[in-house]
Ligand binder design. Structure first.
Ligand SMILES: Nc1ncnc2c1ncn2[C@@H]1O[C@H](COP(=O)(O)OP(=O)(O)OP(=O)(O)O)[C@@H](O)[C@H]1O
Ligand SMILES: [Mg+2]
Length: 251
């Protein structure tokens, strides 16, 4: 029986009157890729930020590898990595210096060989010693992905990983995520690319207006959505529209 690496237990978060996340419960097991889907403003990024400890929930808690989310705990920080949708990078460092910096903060030893391997893997080798300010969007994205796996995290939280990546790079990233998953890493993948979610996810959770409206394997979601179409887009639209219809009736 695989261990639950991530446990989101009944979390809620309000911003003024907006309930961004509402009584959310999600567990993700070792080696599992969990596709986290939902319309704009559904609460995905807020949930991921709570998981990292960057944001405190009003209610509930998050555990990663048995540790409560708290940025001041070294063990917690070492267990996970977060790839934000708009990563912040130090533009005046070179790619290599940035990885050195991140590794020092995390206390990661012997990261150099791995870093070199991934620079090669992502065809970034000739850019290792260039300043980040000269990197394209996709190059920065790849650097952030490399920086997030050097310390062998047990959980990767990823917000929109494919935006701006060319087809070859996107395939490389998908290949990497599959490899990490077979090595036992748990991945939460928040994305609007339904084809990517369908290809990679072992289970999918759909969030709408802060609430989990459906969860399961592709087959289970098709069953829950009661649509005659068997593609994720139809399932997604059906499950998120239903929520909207109910909310409109309440208004
Ligand atoms: N710092 C903040 N201050 C005020 N409101 C916020 C803040 N962060 C998020 N919200 C609100 O919380 C809700 C959920 O936002 P969130 O960014 O989690 O959505 P999302 O599912 O990631 O959307 P997207 O697909 O557009 O990235 C939205 O209504 C948003 O306006
Ligand atoms: Mg978001």
């Amino acid at each position: 029986m695989a261990l639950d690496i991530l446990k989101i237990v009944n979390i809620s978060k309000k911003f003024d009157k907006i309930e961004a996340v509402s009584n959310l419960n999600i567990s993700v097991r070792e080696g599992e890729i969990y596709g986290f889907l939902g319309p704009n403003g559904a609460g995905k990024t807020t949930t991921l930020r709570i998981c990292t400890g960057l944001l405190q929930p009003d209610e509930g808690f998050v555990e990663i590898n048995g540790e409560k989310a708290a940025l001041d705990k070294v063990e917690f920080r070492k267990a996970m990595a977060y790839i934000p949708d708009r990563p912040y990078l130090y533009e005046k460092l070179t790619g290599w210096e940035y990885l050195n910096f991140v590794s020092e903060i995390r206390g990661t030893k012997n990261w150099e060989e791995k870093a070199e391997y991934y620079f090669e893997f992502f065809e970034l080798k000739e850019s290792i010693h260039r300043l980040i300010e000269g990197f394209s969007h996709g190059m920065k994205q790849k650097l952030v992905i490399i920086s997030s796996i050097l310390h062998d995290p047990k959980l990767l939280l990823i917000d929109e990983p494919m935006v701006g990546l060319d087809p070859k790079s996107s395939r490389k990233v998908r290949e990497l995520f599959k490899r990490l998953s077979s090595d036992g890493v748990a991945l939460v993948l928040s994305t609007h690319s339904l084809d990517v979610a369908e290809e990679l996810s072992h289970r999918i959770g759909i969030i709408n207006r802060g609430k989990l409206v459906a969860e399961g394997t592709m087959a289970e979601l098709i069953e829950q959505s009661k649509t005659s179409n068997k593609d994720l887009e139809s399932v997604f639209l059906k499950l998120t529209e239903e929520g909207d219809e109910v909310n409109e009736k309440l208004l």
